[in-house]
Design a binder for this molecule. Structure first.
Ligand SMILES: [Zn+2]
Length: 218
């Protein structure tokens, strides 16, 4: 799809106007520490995301998947009235590599127009942006060509032992047209070997999304 300049301007204005709310949303998520295996932190982060998603008209289902002794994965489905083969997966994670207590040493803050705080970059800001993109469809009265399945796992930083099988199962059941990994780029930029944000491939075979996700830079 080629976006018209009118649409690009509309989106630019929408997100510019919403910047402070998006920053507050990211700050709220980062303020709940969620190192891998922290059940309480994982649930708290999923609570925030699920509450935000619940308020969106385009969201058709929010599935919370309990991971014993670990926390919760969350699967948010939007625009699922589209034909099954026209869906896309957005893949991310809610766990971080930062131990509980990191926030006290490095609080959420904005310096020189950049936002900092444990797990902001990898990858709570992107979890928020995924929700905000869905919100923009609601607010601007738009319907995408593809249904969206947003999968956020809670064990990516320690090997995706539960998250990967979940993503494989979703890919197998929903046959998405493509899966996009929301992992942020490293200093090498988007051309680094993990190619964050790149579609995993057309007609993603079961497992591809999970594999790419597991290899994502963290
Ligand atoms: Zn990551």
């Amino acid at each position: 799809m080629t976006a018209s300049s009118e649409l690009i301007l509309k989106l630019h204005n929408y997100f510019s106007d919403r910047q402070s709310q998006i920053e507050a949303f990211i700050a709220e998520l980062v303020s709940q520490e969620s190192p891998s295996g922290d059940i309480e932190g994982s649930r708290a982060v999923v609570d925030i995301l699920a509450t935000a998603a619940k308020g969106l008209r385009c969201v058709t289902e929010i599935e919370r998947v309990e991971v014993p002794d670990f926390g919760e994965h969350v699967v948010i489905r939007a625009f699922h009235n589209q034909p099954a083969g026209d869906r896309i997966m957005l893949v991310g994670h809610t766990d971080t590599v930062h131990a509980r207590g990191s926030l006290a040493q490095r609080p959420v803050r904005i310096e020189a127009n950049r936002m900092y705080g444990p797990g902001t970059f990898d990858m709570k800001a992107n979890c928020v942006l995924a929700i905000e993109i869905l919100r923009s469809f609601d607010e601007l009265g738009m319907t995408p060509r593809n249904g969206v399945t947003l999968v956020l796992t809670c064990d990516e930083e320690v090997g995706s032992y539960s998250g990967w099988p979940l993503m494989e199962e979703i890919a197998k059941n929903e046959h998405p047209k493509a899966a996009f990994v929301m992992e942020p780029p490293g200093s090498g930029g988007p051309e680094n070997r993990h190619a964050p944000g790149r579609p995993v491939g057309p007609r993603t075979a079961p497992g591809d999304a999970g594999r790419a996700f597991r290899l994502g830079r963290c």
